[in-house]
Design a protein around this ligand. Sequence first.
Ligand code: MD3
Ligand code: FE
Length: 214
Amino acid sequence: MHDLFADPAPGQRTALGPQACVLHGFALAEADALLAGIAGVAAQAPFRHLVTPGGHTMQVAMTNCGRYGWCSDRRGYRYDRLDPQSGAPWPAIPPVFLRLAADAAREAGFAGYVPDACLVNRYAPGTRLSLHQDRDEDDRVAPIVSVSLGLPATFLFGGFARGDKTVRVALVHGDVVVWGGADRLRFHGVLPVKPGHHPVVGGQRLNLTFRKVR
Ligand code: MD3
Ligand code: FE
């Protein structure tokens, strides 16, 4: 029986723009290794809810690995080499993360991808990420590679102005999205994650986003 409304099969690709695509299931074979890597990173740099410059506490819990980590506080958004909570450098990006990010980038047409930052996002049920652009990186052309793990989510993919129409994209455990070049500065966000249970990850969604900051 063929289900017209099922998620695309692992190995399929969905184009979102000239230089943006979903690689369905691309991370599935490495999912357990990625989860172990996240646990290791979080042991050194625990997940935390950052405060925005406007004084709001973010719903998404975050941590980082890599040479630079994304930070937010009352003073603004920035990348910092030290975890402000511990004063220590962020943990290194685990080799399996770097391998997967480079493989996915190559598959999407970006050869030689070496990210220097990896933001790890954790979504509890009900958590959303409002529409935004990623513009704190000096390099606004190199791709961002995003890996979804755990509970499914609906991703919003917009245009270059906040009010532009958005397209909804379903992302499930193991999906990888690559956005670079012309599509790098699109507005994007995540709808509230629906409660559920993932057999490996449990009741949460985890997302890795690899970036080239400098
Ligand atoms: C599209 N995270 O951390 S990743 C973020 O699922 C972020 O946790 C979301 O947006 C998440 O900043 C989405 C996918 C993503 C990342 C960067 C993009 C999509 C993008 C840059 C341009 C266009
Ligand atoms: Fe983003």
